[in-house]
Design a protein around this ligand. Sequence first.
Ligand code: MTE
Ligand code: MO
Length: 213
Amino acid sequence: MSKERYIEAKQKWAEKQTARGVTARATASADRLPPGQRLTEGFPVLDLGVRPEIPRAEWTLTLDGLVENPVVLGWDAFNALPQVEDVSDFHCVTTWSKYDCRWGGVALTTLYELARPKPEAKFVYFTGYDGYSTNVALERCLDDDTLVATSFGGAPLEVDHGGLARVIIPKLYAWKGAKFVKAITFLAEDKLGFWEVRGYSNTADPWTEDRYA
Ligand SMILES: Nc1nc2c(c(=O)[nH]1)N[C@H]1C(S)=C(S)[C@@H](COP(=O)(O)O)O[C@H]1N2
Ligand SMILES: [Mo]
C-alpha cells in the first residue's frame, strides 16, 4: 500500500514538472477554505515557545526505525538531495488558514527512497529539536506535497517558522508538520505525538473538521 502511495506521489511530481509555470490551484476560493477556518494574510507563529537555534554545522536529520538504510544527514548532505518547491495552503486547527505558501526543500518521497522503509513500516513519527513530536500514517503523508522544507517564499526558513527545517503536510492540520525537525522514524505500530496524547485528532483532516479526538 505504501509502495502504491509512493509511486502515485512520484507520478504527481512528474505531472507538476511538465505543467507550465508555478503550480496554481484550480479550485475556487469557496471550495478552498475548509469548514470553520478563516483566512489570514499574516503568518502567525505557533509552537511550544522554545525555538532552538541549531548551527548548520551541528544540525542533523535522522531517518530511522523500520528502514533498510538508517541515515543521519548533515546540513550539506541534506541540501545535496534533490530540491523541490511546492505551493500549498496551510490550515491551523485554531481556525486560521494561509493560502499559497511556497515551500522549498526535500520531498518526503526522496527521504523514503533513501531510507527504504521496510514493508512493516506503516506509521511515521516526527520529532523536533524543541521536544515536540507528531505522528501520521505513512499512507497519509507519503504524497507529492509533503516536504521537509528549508525555505519559505524563496528565502531560508526563519527559526520562527521552524528553521532550519520543518515538515509540511498540507492536506492535514498544521500541527502534523513538525517545526525544527530532528528525526523521522518509521514504525509498525502507531505512536501518538505531543498534541495527539492531549486529545487532538490522530487523523487531522481539515475538510471534515477532524480537530479533536
Ligand atoms: N516542533 C514543533 N512543531 C510544531 C509545533 C510545535 O509546537 N513545535 N506546533 C504545530 C502547530 S500547532 C502549528 S499550527 C504549526 C505552526 O507553524 P507556524 O508557527 O510556522 O505557523 O506548527 C506545528 N509544528
Ligand atoms: Mo496549530
